[in-house]
Design a protein around this ligand. Sequence first.
Ligand code: B12
Length: 439
Amino acid sequence: MKICLVAMSGVRVRTPELAELGVTLPQFVNRGKVVASLPSLGLLTVAALTPDDIDVTYREVSELDQNEELEAFDLVGISSYSAQIDEAYALADRYRALGIPVVLGGLHVSMMPHEAAKHADSVVRYGAEEAWPRLIEDFRQGRMKPLYEGLRSGVFEAPHYVKPRFDLLRGRSYNRITVQTSRGCPRKCEFCAASIRITSTFQQKPVDRVVDEIRSAIDVTHHPFFELADDNTFVNKRWGKEFLKAIIPLEISWFTETDISIADDDELLDLLAESGCRQILIGMESPDGDDLVGLDPRDWKRKHSDQYVQAIEKIQSRGITVNGCFILGLENHTTEVFPRMKEFIDHSGLLEVQITVLTPFPGTPLYHRMHREGSLLRERYWDRCTLFDVNFQPKNMTVEELEEGMRYLFSEVYNEREYTRRKRQYMEIVKQRHGASVM
Ligand code: B12
């Protein structure tokens, strides 16, 4: 039996003015190019959950020729994010027209199973763990069901844990690989559309499993750069230190996403530097606490916002850059947020910055609230779920003002002159600490 797993990869922006700006803003484009080359960890996991006697082929959607007839398989599985879901559905329709059954899984269809069912023989909601082996067994017996619900807890424990099939990447030209150490995040921000949506609790992978996965990835790719596919890696500082000590001998370079609380722990910060961490991405969302009221149920982000500048300095002084992420269009934002954000970024010491627009991804509490309040601009806007396209009526400004403000910030922040200035500032912070530790 032959199964093909197709990854819907690629990055995108819909609004033409922003796409155009992107072309002229080197930093923005470079990061896009770098991340676009990541393989699908979700599908490598699905492959690992497939019984050994089945022949699994992994394909990026870009490898499929739009004009040629699709290769025949007994079953095809396709991953899903919102932004390219219509391409995923169109591909599924093409396979099905050839009589090849299709299974859709991943974040988007987990939130929109009924929509997905129109384009698939079966839909897998939530994690593939537990659901996929059951689906394959049913498929072999000719009784595959239209919907399977996968595990939302215990995915990193026996008997459900599997090591992703990194071996499927052998001979391919990826220079970045993702590894997941946890699913979910206790902060529960209203807008979050990441793995928190497919898990019922914060789940953490045992350190020895993560190390084993990194070793396997190193085996198949030459000196890869690792990106942890986590929502918030260092929720548990004790686990964090154990993990960091365990990866020091692997001599890797890596990047992850976490929250500002890591700055409270000097030992953790030192270990981060020693373990080859190059960059930490932190969702700061907005410069002032007042903007952050109600963003998460415990107002955690608001309570920590006055520590941003100090935390950035502490982390960056270890030679780890902070990628500060900001969201435009939050409930309390008025047009004065644009210059205020620019001012904060200028003085924050941040080297890397990511500015996105508030996006009501399907299935998020934000989506449900905006739906209820009638502030969504269109009924079905999935192709604009890019983090750069406005899909809702902001509370305190017009859509045009929000778009204009974003363009203003893009051109002010993502240009060569500003980057050089921020780089100089960053080197100064690193030098200062280095000087201090020598004395
Ligand atoms: C790596 C990554 C990418 C890679 C993806 C590489 C690839 N080939 O798939 C790249 C760089 C290409 C990428 C692109 C984009 N991304 Co991205 N990305 C991530 C990231 C950091 C990790 C995802 C991951 O690997 N998770 C780990 C795996 C194990 O989990 P999983 O994919 O959910 O898979 C499990 C289940 O969902 C299920 N499953 C998944 N697929 C399938 C398929 C089948 C058949 C079955 C049965 C089961 C199944 O089983 C898996 C195991 O349990 C997340 C953020 C985060 N912290 O999670 C954002 C994230 C997924 N990205 C996001 C966004 C917005 C984008 C872009 C739109 C950005 C842009 N402007 O271009 C594009 C989307 C392009 C598209 N195709 O639609 C959003 C998506 C939200 C959503 N609901 O759609 C996220 C959550 C970040 C965020 N800020 O909210 N991204």
